[in-house]
Design a protein around this ligand. Sequence first.
Ligand code: CA
Ligand code: CA
Ligand code: CA
Length: 284
Amino acid sequence: MNPSRLALGLAVALGLAGSAHAVPLVFSGTAGGATAAFDGFRAAIGGGSRITWDGVRLDGTDVNPATRVIVPNSTVAIPVDRFRAAGALFADPYAVAGDGFAAVNPATAGAFPAFSPNNTFVMFDDTTGSFDDRFIEQSFVLPGTATAAGTRGFGAIFVGVEDAGSSSIEYFGRDAGGGRISLGRFVVPVGSGPGDTQFLGVLFDAAVIADVVLTVGTHALFSFDGSTLQSFGPQTGAGVDLAVTDDFAFATPQALVTVPEPPPLALGFAALGAALCLRRIRGA
Ligand SMILES: [Ca+2]
Ligand SMILES: [Ca+2]
Ligand SMILES: [Ca+2]
């Protein structure tokens, strides 16, 4: 299906045909196709913001003094505003590692090669021995400020997604009253091996995205409550798929464009339509 047909399908599905806001384009790919999709998405957003995590220092000397060392010279937890300059604000501290998270979960050493060397990014559970928190939540601000903003498109590199449906990105907008509205949940494609790279990005035609929720694999790689570190262990057993992320890319945040509040029936059609219409678009 070509992009224009995809856009039409989603616009009709959302019950918003004629709206300027309901024409998302999906860029996705795995292995070599991930790089092509990533490059195509970045071209489509005009460059925008890119976070590689590679500038985060892992030895306790990071530019943001609130960055907290978990394992010296290997893994840190960055504060929620570490990438405010790029227009990103996180819901929780998340982890950056230079060793593919080998120090915090040795059983997966070597499984998650970086897309951009050497640092990668993932959530952790803040309750010792619990690995259920598998979500990275990011909202947008005008770069360098605390002013909430929106973006037209957001995408992320994933590493190691192997089970269909284990990983996804859900996009959220706001209605005129400030209510949070899902713009759709999009599934990350699977690779053919544990070290394969994936990309998923979705581009709308207005800055309607207020926040995104990334589901990264089925479990957190480790738990850390501020003092005690516990590893999840190996990726074994049915229904276990461990993954991490690397580069985030998003259109430069600007004033948020609100979306109309759809009637409940339209939301049902939106879910159906998204399921029926999603196809990969390689490149732009
Ligand atoms: Ca969390
Ligand atoms: Ca990187
Ligand atoms: Ca995996």
